[in-house]
Design a protein. Sequence first.
Length: 138
Amino acid sequence: MTKIEHIGIAVKDLSAANEVYRKLFGYEHYKTEEVASEGVMTSFFKCGENKIELLEGTTENSAITKFIEKRGEGMHHVAFAVDDIRSEMKRLEEEGFILLNKEPKRGADNKWVAFLHPKTANGVLVELCQDIDPGFTE
């Protein structure tokens, strides 16, 4: 793991949350992006070298919608940048962490992502992120 890539915050209303964080940071978000496969709309703010990702569920079955129903708005996950997501997944599984994904999947902000079960990381949902090569095509 090379750095904290971003902190994910679950929100009920992305527009309202964007306004809160605009006031907090003193500047606008730099990007919004839908991840339809996950039923989520995201918005990103830069905070120094790190990012804050606001997440709003777009479907009743999205993990974000369910998270908010159960726990309310708030911190959802911490994401760490990795150079080789597959080898990091293998290493962490060998260390006893439970992977929520057997294979990396495409996430927001042009990243490959995979998650670790919070029960194996002191209650924190951990996301691994690797930049997708700009030349990659599916």
